[in-house]
Design a protein around this ligand. Structure first.
Ligand code: MN
Length: 204
């Protein structure tokens, strides 16, 4: 069965003013759709057809670059839409906040580290918060559409991602132009910490 573009759980304009409706519409309907279509075309009739996207990513070093780029793009954006919400922002709570405090010192210190990872990723890529087996948190970044699930050198920390931020220019250029740091700061207003906490509990 072919991979499908997931439906957004909120309207295109729901994340305004932090992420504008036009950016969301193009990002989801054009960019994410293209990764999905290109992934399906690339694996059609190959031994990868029928595997889960996670199975494909875990063995991506054996796959053609077109599968790596579009398979990463498909998975990364699936997660990105889910870890944002119009009701997001503020700070995490419960055991996730405890883990952040334990591993980074304070929530502010975590935010500084994640911001630095997103800001200093040269060119296109992603920033990640990941959890190692046992619960230890780590911030990393990856180039292009690579991600920590992949069996490649550029997979960042290689742990299980629970939060991600797209820093490709297509994610912010219409509204923020070259001001990537402003986009990154705005992102914290829409982070769905309840969803991130759920992923933490499942992956730790
Ligand atoms: Mn994107």
């Amino acid at each position: 069965m072919a991979f499908e573009l997931p439906k957004l759980q909120y309207d295109f304009n729901a994340l305004e003013p932090h992420i504008d409706a036009r950016t969301m519409e193009i990002h989801h309907g054009k960019h994410h759709q293209a990764y999905t279509t290109n992934l399906n075309n690339a694996i059609a009739g190959t031994e990868l057809e029928g595997k889960t996207i996670e199975e494909i990513l875990k063995n991506i070093s054996n796959a053609p670059m077109v599968v790596r780029n579009n398979g990463g793009g498909f998975w990364n954006h699936n997660m990105f839409w889910e870890i944002m919400s119009p009701n997001g922002g503020a700070e995490p709570a419960g055991e996730l906040l405890e883990a952040i405090t334990r591993d980074f010192g304070t929530f502010a210190a975590f935010r500084e580290k994640f911001t630095a990872a997103a800001t200093t990723r040269f060119g296109s890529g992603w920033a990640w918060l990941c959890v190692h087996p046992g619960g230890k948190l780590e911030v990393c970044s990856t180039p292009n559409q690579d991600n920590p699930l992949m069996d490649v050198d550029s997979r960042g920390c290689g742990a299980a991602p629970i939060l991600c931020l797209d820093v490709w220019e297509h994610a912010y250029y219409l509204n923020y132009q070259n001001r990537r740091p402003d986009y990154i700061n705005a992102f914290y207003n829409v982070v769905n910490w309840a969803e991130v906490a759920k992923r933490y509990a499942k992956s730790k």
